[in-house]
Design a binder for this molecule. Structure first.
Ligand code: ADP
Length: 445
């Protein structure tokens, strides 16, 4: 992650991404500053804020360009599993930049399954952010009931099971084998204490939560894991934590924040410039949802070209051939270039090339295809796959995205200003989106 120069005077002026900023333009200082520990988590949070009425820009790392007149900025980092010192340094740089833009609160967005290890990075980053903001208490909750994440008596549930009984217990990098978040967070803290804000307190409302925070503070507790099992609980917690310099949460807590600033859900918050140019899809996800979406697009008569990783390994310039193929068809409607394959085919490729080499070859090729398509006049691009999205965003030189309307849960249309003009972009992580996502997405613009 390359970090741009940090801190500068609050930025005002016209929106650099172009288009209308809606009827609430002109406020200037940020209402909320967010730091997400991974890219798709940043989009998830931005999407929730936009749905609740905020105008949001997501940046890749700390911005080096002004972000324009928006209510919130979500700085996407790659810090979830980075070495602790790097995660801390990147996060503090982001927080300082956000505060320099006037953000009164820093929202540290973590995974809704609290992905971390005994070393971190949630605890060390949260401690560093609080020290940097000279705060003495942070509310912590990964709850997001709409997505099946609830916290009760400090224990995180994934759907109907405890976190420690969910598939997350087998995660290759951050295996979560304890559902008791007070214990999990405490293990990551150095010289600070974690405590609990129980559901019976949350259920009594904002004043009760604030009273509990005062008690915890007096006891020397600096981090309060907060129970939440409903959206109403999240709204109570958002209101009770409004005066705190730092909150640590999944994307759920965000649903209660825009209303605290007098904002309501509105089409204007999600308004993007008018779509232009040709439509294309680049797909490198092999998830079952994406396989279904590819099959659905082809069955509906869509123009599609498969990329064979073995031909890439043999040195064939598949990207150039794919672009030649696509350019002939762009005028007729969306084209799809995909490496998406069923698990059996992926295993066969990986057996020959190794999983990492196969992945890199495919990502590099699809990123070249994406860049070539945009150069050839594609103005509406859909990318399927988390890693694939990262590769494409990098190849396109995108550092900022204005967040627009949601297509399916967790996947909004975004807009990026590029030297060649505006680009509408939807970045879909593997399992997101309904079966007809590839056709329906374009109708949503
Ligand atoms: P998801 O969000 O579904 O996990 P990603 O893009 O993050 O999707 O990851 C998919 C990975 O699989 C990428 O590294 C991609 O390059 C790789 N890949 C895509 N198609 C194939 C294929 N046919 N064989 C092997 N690897 C593939």
């Amino acid at each position: 992650m390359t970090l741009g120069p940090s801190a500068g005077p609050p930025q005002a002026g016209p929106h650099p991404l172009g288009g209308s900023t809606g009827g609430t333009a002109g406020r200037g200082a940020l209402l909320l500053g967010c730091i997400a520990d991974d890219f798709t988590g940043a989009t998830d949070l931005a999407n929730n804020l936009v749905r609740a009425g905020m105008r949001v820009v997501q940046t890749i790392g700390v911005p080096s360009l002004p972000v324009g007149d928006v209510d919130a900025v979500v700085v996407a980092l790659k810090s979830r599993t980075a070495p602790v010192p790097e995660a801390v340094a990147d996060s503090v740089a982001a927080a300082q930049w956000l505060r320099a833009q006037g953000a009164p609160q820093v929202y540290f967005k973590v995974c809704s399954t609290f992905d971390s290890t005994d070393q971190g990075n949630i605890g060390p980053v949260a401690q560093a952010l609080m020290a940097d903001a000279a705060g003495d208490f942070a509310l912590v909750t990964p709850a997001f009931p709409e997505n099946g994440r609830t916290v009760f008596k400090g224990h995180l549930f994934v759907g109907d099971v405890l976190l420690s009984d969910s598939p997350m217990r087998h995660h290759p990098l951050t295996p979560m084998t304890d559902a008791n978040l007070v214990r999990v967070l405490q293990a990551q803290l150095r010289g600070a204490r974690a405590g609990l804000i129980e559901h019976r307190v949350v259920a009594r409302g904002v004043a009760a939560v604030q009273e509990r925070i005062t008690t915890l503070r007096a006891e020397g507790v600096a981090f309060g894991i907060a129970d939440a099992v409903t959206d109403e609980d999240l709204r109570t917690l958002a209101a009770a934590s409004q005066g705190l310099a730092v909150v640590v949460a999944g994307s759920g807590l965000a649903i209660g924040i825009p209303a605290l600033h007098g904002l309501q859900p509105s089409a204007q918050a999600a308004q993007l410039p008018a779509p232009q140019g040709h439509q294309a899809i680049v797909s490198g996800s092999c998830s079952s949802a994406t396989n279904q979406q590819v099959a659905n697009f082809i069955a509906a008569g869509g123009a599609a070209l498969a990329v064979d990783p073995l031909r890439l390994a043999a040195g064939v310039d598949v990207a150039a051939a794919a672009l030649d193929w696509a350019l002939l068809r762009l005028a007729q409607g969306p084209v799809l270039v995909y490496a998406t394959a069923e698990p059996e085919a992926v295993r066969a490729v990986q057996a020959q090339l190794g999983a990492q080499r196969a992945g890199e070859l495919v990502e590099g090729t699809l990123a070249r295809v994406a860049a070539g398509l945009v150069q050839a006049g594609v103005g509406q691009l859909l990318v399927a796959g988390g890693e694939t999205s990262g590769a494409c965003v990098q190849a396109l030189g995108i550092t900022q995205l204005r967040i627009g309307p949601q297509i399916d849960p967790g996947v909004p249309w975004c807009h990026a200003a590029l030297p060649a003009g505006g680009l509408h972009l939807a970045l879909k992580s593997g399992n997101f989106g309904g079966p007809d996502f590839f056709t329906r997405a374009f109708q949503r613009l």
